[in-house]
Design a protein around this ligand. Structure first.
Ligand code: SIN
Ligand code: CO
Length: 374
């Protein structure tokens, strides 16, 4: 990785000094960057019903929010000032946005969320707010003025249809030009206002709350639960109120529930499945007339293989996790599977025979494709 991205800081230094701690502005983080797509390409994605897009505008002092998909003519009819279009998950559609996101691989993929692109006309923005996650805001086309502040007051404006701070007290200000980047730790107040027609590319991370993790894990356990025994009360005695839930019953059920146990391996399996689960909007497209195992093997031996842009692949120990599904690594495949998960593609020479059955299953699900990286 070039040192440009973090302004001359080595990733280790960046993580120690800034990550989750303090903002950083990097001039020329991605020299020559003008966005991973043109505004027109972004509008086309905002018109898709498998993309998540929002239109935010401000008129006569009030905020307005609309959810996509947006027809091209809707966007063409918008005024010349004061609005912005936000498109979530553009890395699922644009190889260049995925490649951009992978430049931040000094943070584990398990922490990555997605790339959100915004297009704004002069004066456009989403207002002063804070996010719960770390974010790198990379300027594509045009200029944007950022103001940020470390304020503790996070009261939101109750009248706004989006999360806008009721009181914003900025402490620093920068005008970012194409290729410049601002890193913000979670919960840092910020506001970006477009000075020109501009695009901003936000590389965002995920940090589920303790409740989200616990809810996910309890669901995971529930799917696998198989406790021995059934409620029994051979010592039942008459009770004064038949409607009362008796103490003996409470004790017995408490003893049964104490049988719910989990091990470290369950937490690992849960994490792999939970963190590799695609977003609800994601739908894979399996090949319409899939190659059989022999022709698939010939194709990947000739052209290599690459993960679909929507695929999330992680590993831990002897298991791989692909799009919420767990698979044990077949004997002799660890090296190649780790390479595929890290680099998201394998060259023809890396496709070993023991790997082929698993790759073929994933190919038929639409999770990967024969061929070099797009
Ligand atoms: C934007 O790109 O306009 C919004 C990004 C953010 O403030 O999180
Ligand atoms: Co933000």
């Amino acid at each position: 990785m070039g040192l440009d991205l973090l302004g001359g800081l080595a990733p280790r230094e960046f993580l120690a000094r800034h990550w989750q701690k303090r903002p950083l502005v990097v001039r020329g983080a991605v020299p020559g960057f003008r966005g991973a797509a043109t505004p027109r390409e972004l509008f086309a994605i905002a018109g898709r019903d498998d993309a998540e897009s929002r239109l935010v505008s401000r008129s006569r002092g009030r905020w307005h929010l609309r959810h996509g998909p947006f027809a091209a003519r809707t966007l063409a009819a918008m005024p010349r000032r004061g609005w912005t279009l936000l498109v979530q998950g553009v890395n699922e559609f644009l190889p260049a946005a995925d490649a951009l996101m992978r430049r931040f691989a000094f943070v584990p993929y398990a922490r990555l969320d997605d790339v959100m692109a915004s297009y704004a006309v002069p004066g456009g923005g989403v207002g002063p707010h804070f996010d719960s996650y770390d974010v790198f805001l990379l300027q594509g086309l045009g200029r944007r003025r950022w103001r940020i502040g470390a304020q503790r007051d996070r009261t939101l404006d109750p009248r706004a249809p989006l999360r806008v701070l009721a009181r914003f007290r900025p402490e620093a200000e920068w005008i970012l030009e194409p290729g410049d980047m601002l890193y913000l730790p979670p919960r840092y107040a910020h506001e970006g206002v477009a000075l020109d027609e501009c695009t901003t590319w936000s590389i965002g991370f995920r940090a589920p709350s303790a409740t989200e993790y616990a809810r996910g894990f309890l669901g995971f356990l529930a799917d696998r639960l198989d406790l021995a025994g059934r409620y029994a009360d051979p010592d039942l005695a008459p009770q004064h109120h038949p409607a009362e839930i008796g103490s003996a019953m409470v004790e017995r059920v408490a003893a049964m529930l104490a049988g719910v146990r989990w091990r470290r391996a369950d937490i690992e399996a849960f994490l792999g499945e939970f963190l590799s689960e695609p977003k609800p909007r994601v739908v894979f497209d399996p090949p319409r007339s899939p190659l059989g195992p022999a022709r698939f093997a010939a194709a990947v031996r000739r052209r290599g293989v690459r993960l679909d842009l929507r695929t999330i692949m992680l590993f831990r120990g002897a298991h791989v996790y692909v799009n919420g599904e767990r698979a044990p690594m077949p004997r002799g495949t660890r090296h190649a599977l780790v390479a595929l998960a890290d680099r998201r593609a394998l060259a023809p020479a890396e496709v070993d025979t023991p790997l082929l059955p698993l790759l073929h299953v994933w190919y038929r699900a639409g999770y990967l494709h024969p061929g070099p990286p797009a």
